[in-house]
Write a protein that binds this ligand. Structure first.
Ligand SMILES: C[S@@+](CC[C@H](N)C(=O)[O-])C[C@H]1O[C@@H](n2cnc3c(N)ncnc32)[C@H](O)[C@@H]1O
Length: 261
């Protein structure tokens, strides 16, 4: 599906196994961007369904336009050691056709103490897969220190004295690839309903990726949408969303959140 056809696609929530839903010919090359998070290690078996990363990553690849991006946020179960799930998924993603465009860090500002024999884990990885070269990048900018003003030494005159003056540098710079978010009620979201889902990611995280890798009118997919965070932020930012989840119970939360906007 090309961009001019975007306007014919309506936002939808679909209940089902995303691998099957995305297998429909209607879903080939529809998405400009995917922002999603697979079931965490300890939740990988749900209602008898076992999550298969390879099939899911291949299905999303097929559903993505050339130049589209898939943001894959991976949390690991940390019990004794690390499962390295994020790295495993990055390699699997490459095998099914994705380019690993970047590996970003989602740092949680308020993490509870977790391990007695290692430093407290405060991050998850966000793998930025792209289908070829990303077609959209709208970098989020942040102000440089001192609002772009810097005191600089500009010359040594014949008197051999360094002179200083305030010069204007760039007022803004591109953000780094480590993004920090507060988590919990008020941080992740203000929607109390969302917390009926066990693994919600921050609205701001979804929004920052949506603004970075897509434009207004684009189609944003979340094939494992859970409580609907990506869908909500896509709607709020003028994108069309396609949300899929295997659980009707979780989709009910997503519907509730979407009607609150
Ligand atoms: C980590 S949660 C996503 C949470 C979501 N990002 C949010 O903010 O609420 C993963 C979700 O994947 C769903 N899921 C697991 N396997 C699936 C599949 N094959 N197809 C669709 N959804 C699936 C689970 O029901 C769960 O809601």
């Amino acid at each position: 599906m090309n961009t001019s056809a975007n306007s014919q696609v309506r936002s939808v929530l679909v209940c089902g196994d995303a691998v099957q839903v995305l297998g429909s010919p209607l879903m080939a090359a529809v998405a400009d961007l995917t922002v999603t998070s697979p079931p965490y290690d300890n939740l990988r078996t749900y209602n008898g369904y076992r999550f298969k990363a390879r099939e899911m990553l291949a299905a999303i690849f097929r559903a993505t336009k050339t130049g589209g991006v898939c943001v894959w946020v991976v949390g690991e179960k940390i019990n004794g050691g690390r499962s390295l799930t994020a790295f495993e998924h990055a390699f699997i993603g490459r095998e099914v056709g994705w380019t690993v465009h970047d590996v970003m860090i989602y740092q949680k500002k308020n993490t509870p103490f977790m391990r007695s024999n290692a430093y407290t884990n405060c991050y998850e990885l966000m793998i930025i897969f792209s289908k070829g070269k990303p077609k959209t990048f709208n970098p989020i900018m942040e102000p440089t220190k001192r609002n772009g003003m810097e005191t600089a030494v500009y010359n040594k005159g014949p008197d051999a004295v360094n002179k200083k003056r305030a010069v204007e540098l760039k007022k803004q710079k591109t953000r780094t690839n480590i993004w920090q978010y507060a988590v919990g009620l008020g941080g992740t979201t203000r929607d109390k309903a969302a917390f009926r889902h066990p693994a919600v990611f921050p609205e701001k995280l979804a929004q920052d990726h949506i603004l970075s890798w897509s434009n207004e009118g684009d189609i944003v997919l979340d094939p494992m949408c859970g409580s609907g965070t990506t869908c909500k932020m896509a709607k709020m930012n003028g994108r069309t969303f396609i949300g899929i989840d295997i659980s009707e119970e979780y989709l009910d939360i997503a519907r509730e959140r979407l009607t609150m906007i």
